[in-house]
Design a protein around this ligand. Structure first.
Ligand SMILES: Nc1ncnc2c1ncn2[C@@H]1O[C@H](COP(=O)(O)OP(=O)(O)OP(=O)(O)O)[C@@H](O)[C@H]1O
Length: 779
């Protein structure tokens, strides 16, 4: 199709594009499910055999070969138990490598037909345990073959309403949330394909870690983002102190922003005099009050209400002018003429701009941070110390600025570029005319596209709107996710928030705005809250929006951390709150966590790399640079993750750029096919990344490296074969939620855990067997 090139009539070309798009996305789906395509078999009492796989497939005669794991008939594969066999006699797990079956593992569910021999050899968990023991690759994998009953309930839970999934570390919250996205897209394709699904994660490294799960499930139209990327056109790159971030996330900031907008609509104390030619007009308080009240009563956002304000004020000025030139009463036409003349007068224009300026969210916020007077008015409810925390002159945006920009954008409304550019007199008219022209052009294109689709018989595989959009030729073909990413006001069909405990009040407001239907999955663990602005309970988070109308599921089994490691983490959890329950680990490996002196760190890391698998060194923020440099200088390939942005650099090699900027271009998926489409924000494209390596390419370096050194915030949600935690007590002391941070750090390993320290260890960690680099290989 592509080799044909852009030849022929418009119709030929659009047919070619449509077919090419259809084949490319089919091919991408097939590539993505190649690994582990078939993984299960169900033997039914009366329906015979069904094979379960990542996709549904039929042969040329339309005979069913493979059932999609999300189809209702596949449900017994995850839910059937000997007590409730759901008509199934046997469930078989198939393990494959490439296209060869390398293992078979049976559950016999019809207990009555079991012989004693069968009972002795029954091992239904073998497939799960084999999956859990696999070495980590630095990327999350799908778990369709081994989804457990409690997880299946979450995955298939109803689309509507807010579902909270609370579970300890390693209980599969993230992986389950991603499978839920795939399930929902499969089951409610119509609704979700149009509106899209948004998945929010805690940082770019995490997004990079999970982005392959959905394409490997055959789903390609989901937007992955962090809160810091939610506002199109703004990249949050700067860091700020935790107390500043906490304040910016505080619910009181909503009123601060609202007052900051009102501040820009304030009536000056003294009348404003305007000299035009030989006459002087006066804008007095009553005229201003009347114009402002009219604008406020219009209930439009600031930038749109400006038109009401301006018109009212110009009318009053026109009447005053008529009086001054001795015209007395004037009719409507004369009034309109005078008004439009006044509108173009430079003194009038500049007065209007001072009295009710057009404002962008960026200008409003920087104006607020930059002026003690403005802060004094807008943040009068905050203490002087708090106001001082907000003071700043210019500078880069931080992650906690993003929800504030979003809040401001909501109150200000959009300013059309054209309005700003066009002359004040013609702006509105020009805009209206342009809109009309655009609309009729669009309609013509749409009609043409419908015709083409009908002629080619493709109307069921491609929407006319999409085709019309492509034909307009004003940019590349955009998927739902890509269009949503560029549009701040996009309303998603479903929103999934992972590590949701970290979101501030203001971030929740921005998220809720993007999901007016409140069809959401909120995934997290209150015990892991690290951010000072984060959640203390799900009630506190959700009651302002959906009081009494949200449901909760709990995940209780830890599939990541072995029993021996979890015992240590559980002691730390008890220091946070003795009432909190650690999840139960399913694996026991017989490898005890160890402790060692801090100066041995680099040698121990080397020893761990020798053991194989991915190694992470989790360090207190204050020691990131020094310990990172130390490890990078000793261990080849070690990468240090710079907080906040998912940036990764290699100080040892003197280069900040370690990713592969050419890969993926913001689209995740099978690199072989190049057509996967779990979309990343345009701003974070590796291709668009700056020379410092910001973005997912940088984040990828941390995941692909044999060793990554990072703070807790960047380790959130990730896992590694081996983890070394440096100065655990400093991590616990680094913020008010420090003990939760330590709990997170201790629960990242799937196999081995060690702590290195110079400071004395707290009670919870005391007594770990000590290890020296020399004895590394003996352990
Ligand atoms: N049913 C399953 N089959 C195979 N692997 C599973 C299953 N459930 C979870 N896992 C694995 O357990 C690990 C932990 O899962 P995940 O990261 O989703 O946990 P989490 O609850 O989000 O953890 P945290 O809160 O610590 O971020 C992952 O490697 C995941 O693939």
């Amino acid at each position: 199709m592509l080799a044909t090139g852009a030849v022929g009539t418009m119709q030929n070309r659009s047919e070619r594009d449509t077919f090419a798009e259809m084949y490319a996305s089919r091919l991408a789906r097939l590539w993505a499910v190649e690994r582990g395509l078939v993984f299960g078999r169900l033997d039914h009492v009366d329906e015979g055999r069904l094979y379960i796989g990542k996709l549904g497939m039929t042969d040329d005669e339309q005979l069913r070969l493979l059932i999609d794991w999300r189809a209702p008939v596949a449900q017994p594969f995850y839910r059937a138990t000997p007590a409730a066999p759901m008509g199934v006699t046997r469930r078989r797990h198939l393990q494959t490598k490439g296209r060869a079956v390398i293992g078979v593992d049976d559950d016999l569910l019809d207990l009555d037909s079991l012989t004693d021999d069968d009972r002795a050899t029954l091992n239904g968990e073998a497939a799960l345990l084999a999956a859990l023991d696999e070495r980590r690759t630095g990327r999350m994998r799908d778990i369709v073959a081994t989804i457990q009953g409690e997880q299946d309930r979450v995955i298939r839970s109803d689309l509507n309403g807010v579902l909270v999934v609370q579970g300890g570390p390693g209980t599969g919250k993230t992986v389950v949330a991603l499978h839920r996205a795939a399930y929902l897209l499969y089951t409610h394709r119509e609704r979700l394909e149009r509106r899209g699904v948004l998945i929010l994660g805690p940082n770019l490294t995490f997004l990079r870690y999970i982005e392959q799960v959905l394409p490997s499930l055959g789903e390609t139209d989901v937007l992955l983002s962090t809160v810091g990327e939610l506002y199109p056109g703004v990249t949050a790159t700067a860091r700020e102190r935790p107390e500043v971030a906490a304040l910016k996330g505080d619910a009181r900031m909503a009123e601060v922003i609202a007052k900051a907008v009102r501040d820009r609509q304030r009536v000056p104390r003294k009348p404003v005099e305007l000299t035009i030619g030989r006459i002087t007009l006066t804008i007095d308080r009553s005229m201003l009050d009347a114009a402002r009240n009219k604008a406020t009563r219009s209930r439009r956002p600031h930038n749109q209400a400006r038109a009401v304000f301006v018109r009212s004020l110009l009318n009053a000025l026109a009447r005053q002018q008529a009086r001054k030139i001795g015209k007395g009463l004037i009719d409507d036409d004369e009034l309109a003429d005078l008004r439009e003349e006044l509108r173009t007068e430079p003194v009038v224009k500049s007065a209007l701009n001072r009295l009710w300026p057009y404002l962008t969210p960026q200008r409003l916020l920087l104006g607020l941070y930059g002026s003690p007077e403005r802060l004094g008015y807008a943040a009068s409810e905050l203490s002087p110390q708090e106001r001082a925390l907000l003071r700043r002159d210019g500078g880069e945006w931080t992650e906690s600025d993003v929800p504030l920009l979003d809040e401001a954008a909501e109150l200000l409304g959009e300013i059309d570029e054209q309005v700003l550019r066009a002359s004040a007199m013609q702006a509105e008219e020009e805009l209206a005319a342009a809109r009309q022209a655009e609309e009729s052009e669009r309609e013509a294109e749409l009609a043409y596209a419908r015709e083409v689709l009908e002629l080619t018989g493709l109307s069921d595989v491609m929407e006319a709107e999409r085709l019309a959009e492509r034909q307009r030729g004003d940019g590349p073909y955009l998927t739902t996710a890509e269009r949503a990413a560029a549009d701040r006001t996009w309303a998603y069909g479903h929103v999934i928030v992972d590590e949701a405990q970290e979101l501030s009040h203001m971030a929740w407001r921005a998220v809720m705005r993007r999901c007016p239907t409140r069809s959401m999955t909120i995934v997290g663990d209150i015990a892991q809250t690290g951010s000072a602005a984060g959640a203390r309970s799900w009630e506190e988070v959700l009651d302002p929006y959906v009081a009494g109308r949200w449901r909760q599921e709990r995940l209780t089994v830890n599939y990541r951390t072995p029993v021996e490691l979890m015992a240590v983490a559980a002691r730390v959890l008890a220091t946070i709150d003795p009432a909190l329950q650690a999840p139960t680990s399913v694996r026991e490996l017989g490898v005890e966590p160890w402790s060692a002196p801090l100066p041995a760190l680099a040698e121990l890391v080397k020893a761990e790399v020798g053991e194989g698998g991915k190694v992470a060194v989790v360090v207190p923020d204050a020691l990131l640079e020094s310990l990172g440099a130390e490890v990078a200088a000793t261990v080849t390939g070690a990468v240090v993750v710079t907080p906040g942005s998912g940036r990764a650099g290699n100080p040892g090699a003197g280069s900040g750029r370690t990713g592969n900027p050419g890969s993926g271009a913001g689209r995740a998926g099978n690199p072989g096919s190049g057509a996967g489409r779990a979309t990343a924000r345009p701003g974070t494209d590796p291709a668009g990344a700056s020379a410092t390596g910001v973005g997912r390419a940088g984040a990828a370096a941390a995941l692909d490296a044999p060793v990554a050194v990072m703070g807790v915030a960047d380790a959130k949600g990730l896992e590694f074969d081996s983890v070394i935690v440096a100065e655990p007590d400093l991590i616990a002391a680094q913020s008010p939620r420090g003990p939760s941070d330590l709990y997170v750090a201790l629960t990242r390993a799937t196999q081995r855990l060690g702590v290195v320290h110079e400071r004395p260890l707290s009670q919870a960690l005391r007594g770990l067997p000590s290890r020296s680099p020399a004895s590394a290989n003996d352990l």
